[in-house]
Structures are given as C-alpha cells and as structure tokens.
Design a protein around this ligand. Sequence first.
Ligand SMILES: [Zn+2]
Length: 425
Amino acid sequence: MGRILFRDVSIIDGTGKAPFAGDLLVEGNRIKAVAPRGAAMAAGDAEIVEGRGATVMPGLIEPHAHPSFCNTETIEGLGAIPPEEHTLLTARYCRELLDAGFTSIHSAAAAKPRLDVAVRNAINAGDIPGPRMLAASPEMTITGGLGDVRLHHLHRDTFGYICDGEEEFRKAARLFVREGVDTLKINPSGDEGVPSARARHTVMTEAEVAAVCEVARSREKRVAAHARTAESVKMCLRHGVEIIYHATLADEEALDMLEAAKDRVFVAPTLGLTWMTLKVERPFRADLPVDVRRTLEFELENGAANMRSLLKRGVRVMPGGDYGFSWNPIPSNARDIEHFVNLLGMSPLEAIVSATKWGGEIMLRGDELGQVKEGFLADLLLVDGDPSKDVRILQDRDRLLAIMQDGRFRKRPPMQGQSQRVAAE
Ligand SMILES: [Zn+2]
C-alpha cells in the first residue's frame, strides 16, 4: 500500500479550527495520521513531500455544480448539443473542476437525463478523471417555467424537462430514478428574466412537489429545488426537499422553517451567477432591462441577508454559484468562497468549512469526506500560502501545488525549486 508523508505543512482540517503546523501521513486512499509539529511520525518507506510551510487542506466540494452546462451563452444552446458530444463535454468540465481543486461535486441538474449519470459512472469506474460526483436529473419544470423557452410554433430544448400535473411529474421522477440519478431537481419557483415565471412567482403546485418527493422518498433519493420565493421554500419543506437552492426571497416564516429542519437541509444561495450577471462587463448585458436589474440587485442583497440570518441559526449555507455559463464559467467556482467572505461576512475559515466539512455532508459522506482527519479519505490540496487569511488563493490554479484524490496525486507536488519559492515567502 502506498504511503505519502506531507512533512512540515500548515494544516487546515476543515472543521473551522485555526491552521496548525504538523505532518500528515496518507496510506492507501485514506489519511493514516495527523500529528502536530514535533510529534514523532514514523515515515518508514513513505514518499516524502516537503511542505516547507505550505497549507494542506481538504479538497474543495462544490454543492451546486452544472458540469453539463458547458459554459453556454444561452440555455437553448444546450439543447442544440447532440448527446454524444454533450457527454464528452460534460466529462471535460468535470476534469476541469478536479484540476481546479474540486475533488467532489454535488450536481444541481444535468442538461440531459443521462449526462451526469454516464459521467459519474465513468469516473467511479476509473475510466476518466473527475471529482467524486452525485448525479442529478434535468430540471423538472412546468410549461412556461424556468427552462421552457419553446414558442408555440417552435420546439427548443434546454436543461429543462417539462411536466404539468402531478402524474407527469411522478412519471418523470420515476424515469430519472430508473436511469440512475442520485438527486431529482425541480423548479418550483421562477427566475428573473423568464417573462412567464419571474423570480417572485411560485409556479409548481403543492401536488406536483409532493409527487416528486414521494418518488424520491420511496427510492431513498433526495430532491433539490430551485426555490426563490418564500412560498416555494415552504412548499419544499412541507414535503421533505433536502436541498434548497437560492431562498433569496424567503420570508421570516420560511427562515424559521429552514431553521427547524437544519439537521437535514442544505441551503445554497448561488450568489455567484447573480453577482456576475450584475457586475460583469459585456456588451449585451448593458441592456439588462431595468426591472430585471433591480430585482437581481434586490435578490443579491436580500439573499445575502437571508443567508446571514440562516448562518446565525445554525443552518448549513453552502457555496456554489451556478458556474457553467459563459459569463460565470467553470472552473472559476472557488470564487463563491470569496463571496461568502465578502457578502455573508463569514471568516475565511468559516467559508472553508462550508466548502469542505459541510460539503462532505451534502455528499452524504460526512463521516469520511471533507476533513483532514485520521481515517478520512485522502482528498487533499497542498496550497502555496494561507487560505485562512485570503480565500482568493484558492482561485489561482498555480497556487494549488498539489491535488490528491483518493490517495493519488492528480497534480503532483512541485520539484524542489518551486518548494523553495514557497519557503522564501
Ligand atoms: Zn443551477
């Protein structure tokens, strides 16, 4: 069994504890030992990585990934990609996420029913490189909801799978479970910029949400929801949805309900896409309609306030900002961790917890994933610098000196010369 010793590293363990100097031994695919500096650790025949003070931390975990969105310019652009090419592209974006330090991803929807499933299976089989992955269905949406861009005379596909009425939702949920997804995605609320289903609109019925949740519950699957409105959040919680995306327009009652369910729910506001839509300079965004811009600004502000309140109440608020569009591309996903510091007022260490320890929990592997701890899976980053002082380091691929997944280097640590550069800083 291979043994690798990281010597003289600063360890961020993912629990929120301050970084401490020490050594770390990996044996096979797990962390064998973590010892503070000065404690004896028998290296034996282990390969030695001289850290020279660089940081070892858990691999990043992305709670709202869309590897099949392929950095598209428009949502209907996704419908124009044939399944074969689309599968290859999904594999490519998974690889890019791994190379950006994301050793696990929780998908928040695939653009076609089997894209996530096929790529997850190939990664698990060791056929292609990629993060550990939970696979999602396409976004189950209604006629005129987010993801339906058809016109009466014109068929167009997106990431949406259109269902109307509880029977159609139930059938779609059963279909996606049959095809092997881990998570069923529903769109109970609209989105700003969708004229027939705005962000303030709750568009799925109680019976439709209930039908999907019933299928999920009976098959031990989870449901994730695009839920912006207060009513959509409440409806989801009434029926057992465990992953609430956005909650940007949640009211006090919805926040109370989220707090009451805090041991089983995860909330991810996906601030990244809204932030980039408002901030990014690109010609065709200049004509963002005034009312849409105003709503997006409100959602960013109100969403951040809601998340600050939820964090105080002990709810797990997760990063993941809908990366996968041309103006908010994969693999810049780690920018959301910076948003958590700047917009939610979290300390860098707290933001790292939400991207590591809580990430392990949303992956349903909190007992072995997302922490630097003895017995845990060896998904690790060796980082040039101290992310607990500045999380922006995590966005710079050159600062990720090594990426380890399942005890194996995806990116090997640098040669001696570069290690000395770390020491000199
Ligand atoms: Zn999304």
